[in-house]
Ligand binder design. Sequence first.
Ligand SMILES: Nc1ncnc2c1ncn2[C@@H]1O[C@H](COP(=O)(O)OP(=O)(O)OP(=O)(O)O)[C@@H](O)[C@H]1O
Ligand SMILES: [Mg+2]
Length: 339
Amino acid sequence: MTGRTERYDERVGGPDADAGSLVSGAVAVHEVGAGRAAEVVSVIHAGFGARTPLDPPSTATDETEESVARVLTDHGGLLAEAGGRPVGALLLETGGDLLGLRRVAVHPDAQRMGVAGALVGTAERVARERGYAGLRLAARTELPGTLRFWRHLGYDQLSREGTTVTMAKALPVEKEATTAEEARALGARLATLLRAGDLLILTGDLGAGKTTFTQGLGEGLQVRGGVTSPTFVIARVHPSLVGGPALVHVDAYRLGGIDELDDLDLDTSLDEAVTVVEWGEGIAEGLADTRLEVSLTRARGDDVPPGDGDHADDVDPRHVRFTPVGARWIGSGLREALA
Ligand SMILES: Nc1ncnc2c1ncn2[C@@H]1O[C@H](COP(=O)(O)OP(=O)(O)OP(=O)(O)O)[C@@H](O)[C@H]1O
Ligand SMILES: [Mg+2]
């Protein structure tokens, strides 16, 4: 298996580091078995040994070559190397819906080289390839920098026990919708797991199928009124016909920012509705801590004018990518609902 490879230029090791011991070269990450246990345990000892002492202390430094070899045999692990040296490692914990990451360690000689990011990137690829819904790990509240690192990569707190927090991230789900009808069916299936307070951000070029997908959501949620393009109003409220959440359908081209949503004089609270915002490409990030991003792209590319997907002789399939953000989507059954 080929590891993700990442280039870096920065030479680091701290002011007291012996220049000869500095690691240089590209970082490559590989899945490893018990045969590499000695290198993996050496990186774990070096990485955790250099950390601020914690109370209770981490048990990582108690790992032995034998204990690590057992985990590598049963679950597997990743080893990062640069310049022929082991510079980072983590152990996997397989089984369940989420792939577990344990003992995530970076050698102190190899800080700020992107080793941790490369390890996590590879772990996420492994999780995707093996069909996991997401990934999880435990982190300590005494290490705010570590918590920031995981948050930055999209991991959110699931639970907390004492000073240990469990963090997790749900992986994106990719689907194809060959016709407008299929896109609506996808929306209707997603609707089965939506609840009041959910925010969906739809991105995609003009005519990508955002309104069409929202029509399916409206059908699935069983709300009043046909969903149409909200071009001449900023937002339209579709009340539920079955005592469920209303659908608030927003055209964000005419909205300055997501904060202005709360200022709109809608006769429903967003906490009691499913809110769907049609947005342009690439401006949806960083809008709300918890959201589901739905990105629609035309599989044939933008050089051909959009056809209406309701005719078999005019096939113009859409690629639909669902990117969950926030703990709300961990264990939500997103993949199952869309299957
Ligand atoms: N999955 C699909 N396959 C084929 N055609 C589709 C698909 N989804 C939508 N269409 C067609 O594409 C056209 C544009 O769709 P739609 O109005 O939903 O796009 P939009 O993204 O909301 O556009 P706008 O940017 O103007 O808001 C419609 O004719 C619709 O039937
Ligand atoms: Mg639209």
